[in-house]
Design a protein. Structure first.
Length: 749
């Protein structure tokens, strides 16, 4: 019993707080505040398994003669200084408790005495002031908090205190326990391990600065096809922004030679003449980029790419090379923002994308079991390390023909999950994601077309992205004028496009480019109107989107009422025709000269089904509304003569063709001849609803009669909507061997 009493007495002695001596001018009650704070801190340490402080030195509490601006108090071992006017009791007691926390750390963990970030985080977390810094609109974003702490020289400043409170409150601790990041640090001190200074990222406790994410973005339309995990969370980006340093450089970087003792140059053999920029990028050679930045410090702000990156979510422009290449992970960008940045890079700097396409062969993803699966894919890796140089977060960003794919994995290096990335990329690929290009606004003056981006719009020039002016109006700037400088990319939404006479804007999810149409050859037959001439020539403005969005747009424009198997059939035809333009050497047009396209539309289930098993067509597949509704149209005989010849008469129609009699020759050499043409050669120029069944001359005009609508060839949509056949049989009956599924062998003509 005596031994138990002695042990209890010893424990009480060990838990005794230091003597607090209160100077003149300090209320005597301050001593009780300090004692209570110390005892509360000892209980927190005990809950973490930390031994109590034995025989702590006395602590003097006095008035400060000089403090940094904004500071309420300051500490050094054995002394606390309070600013005159700061009451150490009542509402002002937090300032005193804050300094008592510093005093306890001086005793409990002397090795951390020089670690200001750890000290301030511990004091804010344990003094009861955390709520004060996170309430009343003082809460800041994660990215801003990390950026502030990465740059500040004054941790007593309000901005730094708010940033620390943001990180601490993001990982709340159970009652009576320290935040996990602080508890782990104290355990290191208790074990006598070498002290490594705390970083702001360590306070994020792993969850906020390292998280799994997976993003698949359409390179053509900008659609987010997949967003999993922390896709929208700002994360440290490692080396993934190195391509943008090269893109933003005013001059081509030099060949640089390594320093013999610089660890950043441990990135493979270097040729006698030094390492060039392409090799440095593929190997992600930190030493090369640091040496380059030392010679040209301005490159770290990404040149003309800097504003675009911040617009896409980069928390701030780097202050130095270590921030720019991710060695110091104080800046952030989300996986979604990074994917949008690489999509923009692919439009503006295909040369850099070509360099990155060698990664699996000679870069950071070479010589892996699945390297062959990534051959030709433009890829960049990045790794964020913790204080002990262990991987905290790994990145792989890839651009292939149709997709931008970003994968982040907590606690792993890129080479460690490259196989998973290759499998995910393969699963993400699909015919529906392929590119479809179309000449747009061919019936109007393209120079009058205006548009604005729903998200962030850019002109992707080689010199760097130019922001599309936001006029604040529905119309926006003129698209053709902008496109002359480079592709037009909208990150975060579609373009809303208008032209004179259009009641409201149309949505176009994709990329606009300037591609001048060649001069139109002389017309034959009837004289064409200016509108018809423009339709035949095509447009100087070309739009690129996905095959799925293009097919859905054509279906919505040609026959929005189609549903079920008929809609699936039309979707497959619309998609197949994009590969067989009626403008040789040019993309398909958006008018009925080809097939109507009035902007991108949200795909219905039928369009998705259609593109899951697309057609392989040998040539253009005609289709029409069809049907059997009777019609009667009258055209001037001169107009008919302009198409068939001025002497044409005795018109007859059968099997999709028109036959007629013409007179040729003069005088005694005059004779009559029966000729035949495809009916479309007459129907199109005369704008008849379909190929007529009969035509008769009546009072100087030709009266045509027929049924249905269209040219009478290929897919009859009204019939398709009435039939009970499935899409495959509809297409088979409409085209025979001219079209077949993607899995069938091609049919020779």
């Amino acid at each position: 019993m005596t031994e138990l009493v002695a042990a209890a007495a010893l424990a009480l002695a060990l838990l005794a707080p230091p003597p607090f001596r209160v100077d003149e001018g300090i209320p005597p009650a301050a001593e009780r505040v300090a004692v209570d704070a110390w005892e509360g801190l000892e209980r927190l340490l005990a809950a973490e398994g930390i031994a109590p402080v034995a025989a702590p030195r006395p602590v003097r509490i006095g008035l400060a003669t000089q403090l940094r601006p904004g500071a309420a108090a300051a500490s050094r071992p054995g002394a606390i200084a309070l600013r005159p006017g700061v009451a150490p009791i009542g509402p002002g007691a937090a300032a005193l408790r804050h300094e008592v926390a510093h005093q306890l750390l001086f005793e409990a963990c002397p090795a951390a005495s020089g670690d200001r970030l750890f000290h301030e985080a511990f004091a804010i977390a344990t003094s009861g002031e955390l709520r004060d810094w996170t309430e009343n609109s003082r809460y800041v974003s994660l990215a801003r908090a990390l950026e502030t702490l990465g740059r500040t020289q004054d941790l007593d400043a309000p901005a730094a205190r708010r940033a620390l409170a943001r990180l601490i409150s993001d990982a709340p601790s159970p009652p009576g326990r320290l935040p996990r990041a602080l508890g782990r640090r104290l355990a290191r001190c208790e074990a006598g391990s070498p002290w490594i200074a705390m970083r702001a990222e360590d306070l994020a406790d792993g969850d906020a600065s390292a998280a799994d994410a997976f993003v698949v973005l359409s390179r053509h339309s900008g659609e987010i096809l997949t967003a999993q995990g922390a896709a929208a969370l700002p994360l440290p980006f490692g080396s993934t922004l190195k391509p943008f340093l090269l893109a933003g450089a005013r001059e081509a970087p030099l060949r640089l030679a390594p320093g013999p003792s610089q660890p950043g140059w441990r990135c493979g053999d270097v040729a006698p003449g030094g390492m060039d920029s392409a090799t440095a990028l593929l190997r992600s050679c930190n030493g090369w980029f640091l040496e380059w930045a030392a010679r040209d410090p301005g490159v770290v702000r990404f040149g003309a790419w800097g504003p675009a990156l911040t617009a896409l979510g980069l928390s701030s422009l780097p202050a130095d090379a270590s921030e720019a290449i991710g060695i110091r992970p104080s800046l952030r960008i989300s996986p979604l923002g990074l994917a949008q940045a690489y999509r923009l890079l692919a439009e503006a700097r295909p040369d850099l994308v070509d360099v990155l396409s060698r990664n699996a062969r000679e870069g950071t993803l070479a010589r892996l079991p699945r390297s062959d699966a990534l051959a030709g894919v433009a890829a960049k890796t990045g790794t964020v390390l913790d204080a002990e140089a262990n991987p905290r977060l790994g990145w792989i960003v890839a651009v292939d023909r149709d997709l931008v794919v970003v994968m982040a994995r907590a606690g792993r290096t890129p080479r460690g999950f490259a196989s998973s990335f290759a499998e995910a990329l393969e699963r993400a690929r699909a015919p529906a994601s392929g590119a479809a290009s179309v000449q747009v606004f061919g019936l109007v003056e393209a120079r009058d077309v205006t548009g604005r981006c729903v998200g962030k719009g850019f002109v992707a020039t080689r010199e760097g992205p130019l922001p599309v002016p936001d006029t604040g109006a529905d119309a926006g700037p003129k698209m053709l004028d902008l496109a002359r400088s480079g592709p037009l990319v909208c990150a975060g939404g579609p373009w809303l496009v208008r032209h004179p006479g259009l009641a409201r804007a149309r949505a176009y999810a994709g990329v606009f480019t300037f591609d001048p149409a060649p001069p139109l050859a002389a017309s034959r037959g009837t004289a064409a109107t200016p509108r018809e001439e423009r339709a035949r020539r095509g447009s100087d403005l070309v739009f690129r989107t996905t095959r799925l969005l293009y097919a859905a747009g054509v279906v919505a424009s040609e026959d929005a009422s189609a549903a079920g198997e008929a809609r699936i059939a039309l979707g497959r035809v619309a998609d197949a025709n994009a590969a067989h333009s009626r403008h040789p050497g040019r993309p398909v047009c958006d008018t009925t000269h080809c097939q109507a396209f009035l902007g991108t539309s949200s795909p219905a289930r039928e369009e998705r089904t259609a593109l899951a098993s697309p057609l392989r067509a040998e040539s253009w597949l005609p289709f029409s509304r069809g049907g059997r509704e009777p019609w009667r149209e009258e055209r001037a005989a001169a107009a008919v003569g302009a198409v068939l010849g001025s002497t044409a008469r005795a018109l007859a129609f059968a099997n999709g063709r028109v036959s007629f009699t013409v007179s040729t020759g003069d005088g005694s050499d005059r004779w009559e001849e029966r000729r035949e043409l495809p009916c479309e050669a007459l129907r199109g120029p005369l704008k008849l609803p379909s190929c007529p069944e009969r035509g008769a001359l009546v009072n100087g005009s030709v009266v045509f009669e027929g049924r249905g609508s269209g040219h009478g060839e290929g897919l009859d949509l009204e019939w398709a909507k009435r039939t009970s056949l499935d899409a495959g049989e509809i297409l088979s009956r409409s085209y025979g061997a001219r079209a077949h599924s993607k899995d069938a062998p091609p049919v020779s003509r």
